[in-house]
Design a protein around this ligand. Structure first.
Ligand SMILES: Nc1ncnc2c1ncn2[C@@H]1O[C@H](COP(=O)(O)OP(=O)(O)OP(=O)(O)O)[C@@H](O)[C@H]1O
Length: 480
């Protein structure tokens, strides 16, 4: 069974947010034993205050695989895309996307990703800060366009995210001759005999299938990217499949495949596996208190019971449609039920989850992306990675819990802090403002929310449920 769907099956402990720098990175068996690695901190603005982007800053810790090098050397940070030595075709693609200068993660990661010999990377940066462009540019710049063979493979946990990444590959590479292919369910190449495309993006189950059937020849693969890497390496779920994909890649000690792991979250215990999976990697890590972006204002509403949650959601409708919003539920049937009920009451909403068939899923997310739907009711299936700039509100109708992750966490009702970070990160993209609202309806859910608040070290502010004007005022102020 392909598990890359609603549940993220991540075995992280609820309170396990990544270790705060500057605690030394845990030593790992796959790395040479010895002295701790040099670490340097720095804090510079990530996003220039231009247009509707607001200024934000966060700290990262850079740890270079080569311990002799100084991570603060100007060699390892660029202020312009030109300095990276990219081809004209790629620069044109970048500027066409409206990127005038690299974001903080791009500034720090790209020189390391593009240097030769290719070095592995474990990169962490908050939601919406531009990780995709960093790994897509790496894939595009390492591919030999004259060779009609798969050379870069990128895995993501959901179909929707794989499609989004592909659209970045195609847009950024539009002045090159890059050829691409999907490895997502029900989207297999029509001529399924052999893939000649250079960049393949997809989900692990389908990727394994293509490799096993030798439709995808891996002999020339030189870059292997995991987006949402902590999720992809989860030992209980996708980790198994991801490892199988890795084991089918070439293993030439002289010419190792560059392994690139990116996520906004790397819980401690996943970090250990990540270090083995991508040995001797350059690392970019976030501070614990910097896991969620400042520009997302977090609220909660105290509902009386489950039914009251529904009433409150309906009363929020006009606010939900100011921009676009995503409502996260625990279960697929809750998402469907709310959506049917609201539709029957004359509201326009759509629902998306992993039980819908591939074509329907594609159509729903495309309509939402185009702004044809303003309210999307969904599950964890799109908690990660989805980038829709107009989304200015996220509602946690049900808080994410560890037991949503799958059978192995069935009895674990602690909050799933990582999934919470990813869910609220669907708003507040690239410095924009956003709001998240958590519905709590009893002591248990209130305590779960309080645990999230503690883990993130950010205040979650109460909004009265019986004062719609106050609610509207607070929300509009937060979005200003
Ligand atoms: N240098 C840049 N200049 C302007 N916009 C950028 C730049 N880099 C990325 N963006 C935009 O920022 C948005 C967020 O980028 P992206 O989706 O890569 O975030 P992310 O870090 O992968 O987030 P997540 O952790 O949620 O997956 C995108 O709309 C992207 O086009």
């Amino acid at each position: 069974m392909q598990k890359d769907d609603d549940g993220f099956f991540n075995p992280a402990a609820a309170t396990a947010v990544p270790a705060a720098a500057p605690v030394p990175v845990p030593a790992d068996a796959a790395e040479p034993a010895g002295s701790p690695k040099p670490e340097q901190k720095e804090a510079t603005p990530d996003v220039e205050p231009e247009g509707d982007l607001i200024k934000s800053s966060f700290e990262v810790t850079v740890t270079l695989a080569d311990q002799q090098l100084d991570p603060n050397s100007p060699l390892f940070s660029v202020k312009t895309f030109e300095e990276l030595g990219l081809s004209e075709d790629l620069l044109k693609g970048i500027y066409d996307m409206g990127f005038s200068k690299p974001s903080k993660i791009q500034e720090r990661a790209l020189p390391l990703l593009l240097s030769n010999p290719a070095t592995n990377m474990i990169g962490q940066s908050q939601s919406g800060t531009g990780k995709t462009a960093a790994f897509v540019l790496t894939m595009l710049s390492r591919v030999d366009f004259s060779l009609q063979k798969p050379q870069a493979i990128c895995l993501a946990p959901s179909r929707e995210l794989a499609r989004q990444i592909m659209s970045v590959v195609i847009t950024m590479g539009k002045y090159t001759n890059v050829q691409t292919e999907y490895a997502i369910k029900d989207n297999l190449p029509r001529d399924a005999s052999s893939i000649t495309a250079q960049i393949i993006v997809g989900n692990p189950g389908t990727m394994i299938d293509l490799m096993r059937r030798k439709v995808l020849d891996t002999s020339k693969v030189k870059v292997f990217v995991l987006d949402e890497a902590d999720n992809m390496l989860d030992q209980d779920g996708l980790g198994d499949q991801t490892l199988r994909v890795k084991n089918m890649l070439p293993r030439s000690p002289a010419n190792p495949v560059q392994i690139i792991l990116f996520s906004a979250t790397f819980p401690d215990h996943v970090r250990a596996f990540a270090n083995k999976f991508a040995p001797n990697a350059n690392k970019i890590e976030l501070q614990k208190e910097e896991l969620s972006v400042d520009s997302i204002r977090q609220f909660y509403m105290d509902c009386r019971d489950e039914e009251h949650k529904y009433d409150i959601l309906v009363s929020l409708y006009s606010l939900l449609t100011i921009g676009q919003s995503i409502i996260f539920c625990k279960r697929r049937d809750t998402a469907d039920r709310i959506s049917h009920r609201m539709t029957a009451e004359g509201h326009k909403v759509a629902s998306l989850h992993g039980a819908k068939d591939a074509n329907e899923r594609d159509a729903i997310i495309d309509r939402f992306r185009e702004g044809k739907e303003k309210v999307l009711i969904t599950t964890n299936v799109i908690a990660r990675g989805i980038d829709i700039l107009q989304v200015n509100m996220v509602v946690n109708y049900d808080l994410p819990l560890m037991n949503d992750r799958g059978p192995s966490s069935a009895d674990d009702s602690r909050p799933d802090v990582e999934t919470y970070i990813h869910r609220i990160g669907r708003t507040g993209r690239f410095g924009r403002k956003g709001i998240s609202i958590n519905f709590v309806h009893d002591k248990r859910t209130w305590l779960q929310m309080e645990a999230i608040e503690k883990a993130l070290g950010r205040k979650i502010v109460r909004i009265e449920t019986n004062d719609l004007d106050d609610m509207e005022e607070k929300m509009k102020k937060a979005l200003k």
